[in-house]
Write a protein of this length. Structure first.
Lengths: 107, 121
């Protein structure tokens, strides 16, 4: 099975900072990669699919890139409401594995 | 408005069984694949199982294969997860999730609030 590895596992940044989270697949998955945001106590929310397509209603400060095995989620200017855990997920085929998550906090 | 309402979670002893349900509304249920994803307390997301829009194809994580059975009743707009031989490590909040794109390989754009399954003696 393909493994999904996120880094870092946690980060602390200041409001306005540019934040980057990476997700690496152990084998190529083309662009079948999604990013989810889960705020504390809340349901996961789809941010990006097809590696770089922003889900409707998601702020434009979020962006995704990558293809094959290496992917990136970028928050261009971190806001207080972005405090959350972020997960990548492959969906090219079963199993639809998630990364272990990256917890983002405000410094 | 898309709504997914899970039910059936409970406290059960190891080796026991439960059936989770997910009642869907606000979209054409029989056009979308569906999934269950779980989250153990304080842990990350774990994909559990998915089913095609017609119900003829199912997929399972290795951790539940042979113990869980996913099905759907498109006439009732409801998804079911039959969970047998439950283990302590199955303790989690179970989310029902809708695929983004009809009949295609896709991510999940709507999630229910979840139903809690606790396996303990």
């Amino acid at each position: 099975d393909i493994q999904m590895t996120q880094s870092p596992s946690s980060l602390s940044a200041s409001v306005g900072d540019r934040v980057t989270i990476t997700c690496r697949a152990s084998q190529g998955i083309s662009n079948y990669l999604a990013w989810y945001q889960q705020k504390p106590g809340n349901v996961p929310k789809l941010l990006i699919y097809a590696a770089s397509t922003l889900q409707s209603g998601v702020p434009s400060r979020f962006s995704g890139s990558g293809s094959g095995t290496d992917f990136t989620l970028t928050i261009s200017s971190l806001q207080p409401e972005d405090v959350a855990t972020y997960y990548c997920q492959k969906y090219n085929s079963a199993p639809w594995t998630f990364g272990q998550g990256t917890k983002v906090e405000i410094k | 408005e898309v709504q997914l309402l899970e039910s059936g979670g409970d406290l059960v002893q190891p080796g026991g069984s439960l059936r989770l349900s997910c009642a869907a509304s606000g979209f054409t249920f029989n056009s979308y694949g569906m999934s269950w994803v779980r989250q153990a307390p304080g842990k990350g997301l774990e994909w559990v199982s998915s089913i095609s829009r017609g119900g003829d194809t199912t997929y399972y994580a290795d951790s539940v294969k042979g113990r869980f059975t996913l099905s759907r009743d498109n006439s009732k707009n409801t998804l079911y997860l039959q969970m047998n031989s439950l283990r302590v490590e199955d303790t989690a909040l179970y989310y029902c999730a809708k695929k983004t794109v009809p009949g295609a390989i896709s991510a999940s754009d709507f999630w229910g609030q979840g139903t809690m399954v606790t396996v303990s003696s």
